[in-house]
Design a protein around this ligand. Structure first.
Ligand code: ATP
Length: 312
């Protein structure tokens, strides 16, 4: 069962193609992370699903209807990147006011508790911090028990604690059976929340798969090991030549960590603290979105890996 579909959807803004022939299905009960650099087309995609814009070409359906019809949006909850709140209303009053528009809203006290807003219930929204406003905005997106929630960068500007409160609330809401789509620049956020990851860049869907499958696309393994001085001469695998060193600790990126470990054992080197890990979502993301990268690449990511922000 799908809650929303895009079929061959293109959206242009004058000379800019924000989305280019995108076909995507948002399934019932999924928690989908939408990941992409600035300007990739994520917000445009959400605005089409929410009926705020119309596609230049292709078809968008929300609960089987054109999302620009109000009836299609009756069970949709959204949080735009920036939210205006009436500054003189108190937090609980705003929640009550919005809840009043729905037939079966979540109880205000329960919602405030979920988002750790209970201590702020009587505070005027004009006196909230940016992060508190953000939490309230996401709470308002779900007050009507929507079947689909679109959260565009919900944790921008939140500190670590507030981000975790929000993640817990989103997970709890998703567990009640709703579909949730979260866009984010934070790979950590997508890793923490999403079951399915859609990677978008330059208006194209580069990948759409489970988190584990996306990470597995990057075949690189990172091997860390502490070696007694001078022992690398006994090792024969060519990857050792490209190791990065911190004291006697070596880090090697390889497509075949088993061969590297066999090499250590065969040479009889007294190694310590051996660690082998697979790629992270950040490495998979960079491998997919770096200029010239082909979709579905399995080339090992280089080391050290720059952060997303450095890259972009
Ligand atoms: N109203 C508009 N007028 C002109 N160009 C637009 C408009 N909205 C979006 N664009 C362009 O479309 C492209 C996709 O933008 P979009 O906001 O969808 O990306 P995004 O992935 O959400 O980016 P960010 O992560 O920075 O929010 C960008 O090049 C953007 O400049």
């Amino acid at each position: 069962m799908s809650v929303a579909t895009l079929e061959h959807v293109t959206r242009t803004f004058e000379s800019v193609t924000a989305l280019d022939d995108v076909t995507l299905t948002l399934g019932e009960g999924e928690l989908i992370g939408m990941l992409g650099p600035n300007g990739a087309g994520k917000s445009t995609l959400l605005s089409l699903v929410a009926g705020l814009r119309k596609p230049t070409a292709g078809t968008v359906r929300l609960f089987g209807r054109d999302p620009r019809h109000a009836a299609a949006r009756a069970t949709l909850g959204t949080t735009p990147q920036e939210t205006g709140l009436p500054p003189t209303l108190r937090v609980a009053e705003v929640v009550d006011f919005v809840a009043g528009h729905y037939p079966d809203p979540l109880p205000t006290a329960q919602l405030l508790e979920m988002f750790d807003l209970t201590p702020l219930a009587r505070r005027q929204t004009g006196g909230l911090s940016g992060g508190q406003k953000r939490r309230l905005a996401v709470a308002l997106a779900i007050v009507g028990r929507p079947r689909l929630v679109l959260l565009d960068e919900p944790t921008t500007g939140l500190d670590v604690d507030a981000r975790r409160v929000l993640w817990d609330a989103v997970r709890a809401y998703h567990a009640s059976g709703s579909t949730v789509v979260v866009t984010s620049h934070y790979l950590e956020e997508i890793e923490a929340l999403a079951q399915r990851v859609v990677v978008i860049d330059e208006g194209h869907v580069l990948a759409d798969d489970s988190l584990a499958a996306i990470v597995a696309r990057v075949g690189a393994r990172h091997v860390r090991v502490t070696l007694p001085e001078g022992t690398t001469a006994q090792l024969t695998s060519p990857e050792w030549a490209g190791a990065t060193w911190a004291g006697s600790g070596a880090q090697v990126v390889t497509a075949d960590s088993d061969a590297l470990v066999r090499d250590l054992v065969r040479a009889g080197v007294e190694f310590h603290d051996l660690q082998v890990r697979g790629a992270t979502l950040e490495e998979a993301f960079l491998a997919m979105t770096k200029p010239g990268a082909a979709s579905g690449t399995d080339t090992p990511a280089g080391a050290p890996v720059p952060s997303l922000l450095e890259q972009r």
